[in-house]
Design a protein around this ligand. Sequence first.
Ligand SMILES: *[C@@H]1O[C@H](CO)[C@@H](O)[C@H](O)[C@H]1NC(C)=O
Length: 358
Amino acid sequence: MSQRVVFLLIALLIQSSFLFEISSALKEGKTCILSKNCDAGLHCETCIANNNLRPRCSRTQPINPISKVKGLPFNKYSWLTTHNSFARLGAISKTGSVILAPTNQQDTVTSQLNNGVRGFMLDMYDFENDVWLCHSLDGICFNFTAFQPAINVLREIQVFLEKNREEVVTIIIEDYVKSPKGLTKVFDTAGLRKLMFPVTRMPKNGGDWPTLDDMVRQNQRLLVFTSDRRKEATEGIAYQWNYMVENQYGNGGLKAGVCPNRAQSAGMSDKSKSLVLVNHFPDAPDLVVACKQNSAALLESIKACYQAAGQRWPNYIAVDFYKRSDGGGAPQAVDVANGNLICGCDNFAACQENGKCG
Ligand SMILES: *[C@@H]1O[C@H](CO)[C@@H](O)[C@H](O)[C@H]1NC(C)=O
């Protein structure tokens, strides 16, 4: 046989073995070529920051806890949360300008929702006589830091909540909006005001939240928190740190083994706040390093914060580039938190519908 024929035969063999692999979906950790070769809830990627050059099927979705247990207080669940959910890689400002601000996520809010993200950190500013999602300094939004009007993303959330009537979503606003009733108006226009969980029903002294199925029955399926304390009195929008403790964000939150509170938050161990949020992302978002940060280091971080928070697992786990990991990533961290919160298992995969470990 000529060399050429041998080469062709080998090429055919390799190709057909690939075809065989491709026709059967690949499980987590298997070598892959394209994301569509992987099982649902996985995508194909490498983690060069961890010297992992082999593309593998990696998790992009946590197990949805409501698939098994719906009757627990809301503070007994953990939710995948995206930091600056709106700041999408490659986005062009709706002003038409190029964006000269950092980006933190790879996909749209609708895609995040479909992947099981249930917590959204949104920075809202007055801009162009409206409320915009923006990434800026000193509370001023510019064309080159303005992503899009907040209404667009709020409508994506509204559409999802209308279609998925058992789901609960949380929005955490870094709030620079000064226009009177600015937030009220934009949530109203998005059709979300009527879905908002009322501040009057939020536990004030460390009690349990209403149960998830109760929130669903009452159709109060949107939690909104603002960083502006005054808005709880003026607009009935919950002041975040009345209800939640939160660790330091940015590089300060990435230090191994410790979990200091963010300045605005009460101490992590303050149990008069029933919800716990863990931030785990650097000052400057980094698409390349995110896979490493979202993996073993994130699991360590939620464990350190569990101790700091008086043995409470986080209700919200907030990361950049939530799809990036070296294996299980942020979705796995959420499964670990839910396993512990809901069943006392190390991973929610082992949880049974009766709330026991299987
Ligand atoms: C900013 O964008 C708006 C459109 O949203 C445009 O009217 C305005 O001219 C832009 N300003 C600058 C300085 O480019």
